[in-house]
Design a protein around this ligand. Structure first.
Ligand code: M6R
Length: 596
C-alpha cells in the first residue's frame, strides 16, 4: 500500500531529512521502492528514487543533500508495473516542470497511457502514478490553471487514489483525494499533506481532514480546500489531534486486528477494481483452464481460501481443482506431477517455507506455477509465471483477516470469469461487508460473556461454509489460546458429538442453501444440552432451533461465506481481548513462517 507525503516551507532549506523521516513513518504500510523530489527556488526539480528500503535508498541517493521550498516523498507498493527505479515515484511530466506522486490505483491507466503517448507526451514508466502527472499536464498544456487542470484530471483518472503534485515557478503543492486516505497539517512556517497521520504528527498536531472529491492547495502559511465538482472554496478549520503515535498508526482502533477487519469493505472494493484491470487475471484463467490437474496450495488461512476457491471453481466454471496443504501436496502428489499440471500457490507473505518447498517440487516437475500474493517482491511473486496481487497493503496483525477476504474474493472473481459469468454480482460486496460489520459487531458482543470462559468449542459448516468454519476455528484458537475445532457439520455425529454436555458451545455457519441440513445438526447437539450458536441469514428455522442466531445480511449462497467470515473474526478478536491477550501478537506464533 503506497504512501505519499508533501511539505511546503516558507524559505528554501534542506528538506532531505524531513522527507526521509516522513518516509520512515509511512513505511509500516509496506513498500518496495522510495522516491523524493524537491522543488528549488531556482526552478530546478531534484528527483531521486530507487528500489529498496527508505534508509538504504536515502543513503545511496544522498537525500540529505536535497534542498527546496517544497518536497514530496513517496513509498511505492507495486501493483501496476514491476518494482524498478523508473517505476518508483514521484514522476515528472514531459518537460520536467510538474512533479507528482500518488497512492492507490488508477485502474484505467493502460488506456490513459495510450492516450498520452498519442498526444505526444513523454511516458517513461509502466506505473499508474505517472498517469496522474500527465493527466494534469495535458490540461495545463491546453492553458488551464493548475487547479482546473487537476479538477479535469480527477474526472479522467478512474480508481481509488490520492495524489500530490507541484509545479516549477509556483509556491504551492496541490493534492486531491478520491477513495484513498489524505490528511493535511499546519505548522509554524510550513504546511504538509500525507496519506495518513503518523507522518504528520511529529511535525504538527493542527490537522485538516480532506474528503473525497476535494482539492487542497498548500502554501507555507495557508491551506485552501476546494470542491472538485464546481471549484468552490470550502471553509474548514484545523482540528487539534491529541492521539498518541501508536493510536494514529492503528487508525484509532485499539488493535491492528480490529483495524484490519474494518478495512475489509474498502479493500474488497479496491481489489475488484484491480482485478477488472489486471491483464494477468485473463492469462491465469487461460492457464488454469488448460491444466490437466489444477492444485490450489497454501497453509493455514491461505489454505482455507484455497478450499473455498475449489468450491467456487467447480460450481461456477465446472473446473475441478484440488485444494491441498503445501507439505501434503509434496507428500501426496509430488510423484504424480507433470508439465501439464498447474498450481495456484496462495500466500499472504509469499515467504512461507512450506509453500516455497512445494513450489520447488512443482518446478522440478515442470509444472505451471501461479501465485496469489499480498507481499509484492516476495519469493512467491518471483517464482510465479503469473501472479495476482491481493492489494491489502501491509497486514500487521498475526491473524490473517483482510488477506483471507481478498484471497477468497480473488477465487470467486476467477471462477466467475472462467465460467463466463458476469462479475456484476460482486459490485454489492463492499456495501454488504460494511453492513455485516455494523450489524454483527453488537450481536457478537452479546455472546462474549457466555463464551469467554469456554475452553473447548466446535465450529461447523457445510458445503460453501465448511472452509469458513475451519477458518473461524483457526482464528478462535489462534488468538484465544483455547481449543476450537472446525469440522464438516455432518461429521460431528461420527464422533465428536460424544463430547457434548450441558452448555457445550457449538457454532454453526449456515449457508442459505444448506439451512435444513444445519438445522438437523443443531438439533442433534441441542437435545444433548449444547449451546448452539448459528450464523446465517434471518431464517425462522434457525431462530427456532438454535439458542442464538447471528444474523447476516441476505446476499445469496456465493457471497454468504465471505460475510460469515466477519462475525467469526470479530468473535475471536473480542474473546482474545476479554481474556486479556494481545490478538495482534499471539504467543508462539509469527506472521511469516520461514521454517519447516
Ligand atoms: O503468509 P501465508 O499466507 O503463507 O501464511 C500461512 C499461515 O501461516 C497463516 O495463514 C496463518 O495460518 C495465519 N496466522 C492464520 O491467521
Amino acid at each position: 500500500m503506497c504512501g505519499i507525503f508533501g511539505i511546503v516551507v516558507d524559505k528554501e532549506q534542506s528538506l532531505g531529512s524531513i522527507l526521509t523521516d516522513a518516509g520512515r513513518r509511512l513505511s509500516y504500510r509496506g513498500y518496495d521502492s522510495v522516491g523524493c523530489a524537491t522543488l528549488r527556488a531556482d526552478g530546478v526539480i531534484d528527483l531521486r528514487k530507487d528500489v529498496g528500503k527508505v534508509d538504504a535508498v536515502a543513503a545511496r541517493h544522498r537525500f540529505d543533500e536535497m534542498r527546496g521550498t517544497r518536497g514530496i516523498v513517496q513509498l511505492r507498493w507495486a501493483t501496476f508495473g514491476a518494482p524498478s527505479p523508473v517505476n518508483a515515484q514521484p514522476h515528472l511530466d514531459s518537460d520536467g516542470d510538474l512533479v507528482g506522486a500518488h497512492n492507490g490505483n488508477i485502474v484505467n491507466h493502460v488506456e490513459l497511457r495510450a492516450q498520452f503517448i498519442a498526444e505526444g507526451l513523454s511516458v517513461r514508466s509502466t506505473n499508474d502514478g505517472e498517469s496522474c502527472v500527465h493527466a494534469v499536464e495535458r490540461y495545463v498544456a491546453r492553458g488551464e490553471n493548475i487547479v482546473d487542470a487537476i479538477r479535469r484530471a480527477y474526472r479522467d483518472l478512474e480508481g481509488d487514489y490520492a495524489f500530490v503534485i507541484g509545479r516549477v515557478g509556483e509556491e504551492k503543492l496541490y493534492a486531491i483525494k478520491k477513495g484513498s486516505g489524505l490528511v493535511a497539517g499546519m505548522g509554524e512556517g510550513f504546511t504538509c499533506v500525507s496519506s495518513d497521520l503518523p507522518s504528520i504528527l511529529p511535525l504538527t498536531r493542527r490537522i485538516v481532514r480532506v474528503n473525497d472529491g476535494e482539492i487542497i492547495a498548500l502554501d507555507a502559511n495557508r491551506i485552501e480546500l476546494r470542491r472538485v465538482d464546481d471549484g468552490s472554496v470550502i471553509a474548514r478549520e484545523p482540528e487539534i489531534v491529541t492521539a498518541s503515535m501508536d493510536a494514529a498508526i492503528k487508525g484509532g482502533y485499539p488493535h491492528f486486528m480490529l483495524k484490519e477487519i474494518h478495512e475489509q469493505p474498502r479493500l474488497a472494493g479496491e481489489l475488484l477494481h484491480l482485478l477488472e484491470a489486471a491483464p494477468h487475471a485473463t492469462k491465469m484463467i487461460a492457464r488454469m483452464k488448460r491444466a490437466r490437474h489444477l492444485y490450489l496450495v497454501g497453509c493455514g488461512t491461505s489454505y482455507h481460501a484455497c478450499m473455498l476457491g475449489a468450491i467456487y471453481l467447480a460450481r461456477l466454471a465446472g473446473r475441478a481443482a484440488i485444494p491441498i496443504l503445501a507439505p501434503q501436496f509434496i507428500a501426496q502428489y509430488g510423484g504424480a506431477l507433470s508439465a501439464d499440471d498447474v498450481g495456484v500457490f496462495v500466500s499472504q507473505s509469499g515467504e512461507t517455507k512450506d509453500v516455497l518447498n512445494a513450489i520447488q517440487v512443482a518446478q522440478a516437475r515442470g509444472m505451471g506455477v501461479q501465485g496469489l500474493v499480498n507481499v509484492l517482491g516476495s519469493s512467491l511473486m518471483h517464482a510465479s509465471e503469473c501472479y495476482l496481487p491481493l492489494g491489502c497493503g501491509y497486514e500487521i496483525s498475526v491473524p490473517a483477516t483482510k488477506t483471507f477476504m481478498n484471497q477468497a474474493l480473488t477465487f470467486l472473481f476467477l471462477a466467475l470469469k472462467m465460467g463466463n459469468h458476469s462479475t456484476d454480482v460482486l459490485a454489492r460486496l463492499p456495501d454488504l461487508l460494511e453492513q455485516t460489520i455494523a450489524t454483527t459487531e453488537p450481536q457478537v458482543a452479546l455472546l462474549e460473556s457466555a463464551l469467554v470462559t469456554a475452553d473447548d468449542l466446535y465450529c461447523l459448516g457445510y458445503g460453501l461454509t465448511y472452509p469458513i468454519a475451519l477458518e473461524g476455528a483457526l482464528k478462535l484458537k489462534e488468538v484465544t489460546y483455547t481449543h476450537c475445532e472446525g469440522m464438516l457439520s455432518t461429521e460431528f455425529k461420527h464422533g465428536p458429538l460424544s463430547a457434548v454436555g450441558e452448555g457445550y458451545p457449538v457454532l454453526f455457519v449456515a449457508g442459505p442453501e444448506d439451512t435444513p441440513l444445519l438445522v438437523s445438526g443443531i438439533n442433534e447437539t441441542t437435545c444433548r444440552g449444547a449451546r448452539s450458536i448459528a450464523l446465517g441469514e434471518e431464517d425462522a428455522r434457525l431462530r427456532a432451533n438454535a439458542h442464538d442466531l447471528i444474523v447476516l445480511p441476505n446476499s445469496g449462497a456465493l457471497i454468504n461465506p465471505l460475510l460469515a467470515t466477519i462475525p467469526l473474526q470479530l468473535l475471536a478478536y473480542r474473546l482474545s481481548v476479554a481474556r486479556g491477550y494481545d490478538p495482534d501478537f499471539p504467543r508462539n506464533l509469527s506472521k511469516t513462517l520461514t521454517v519447516d
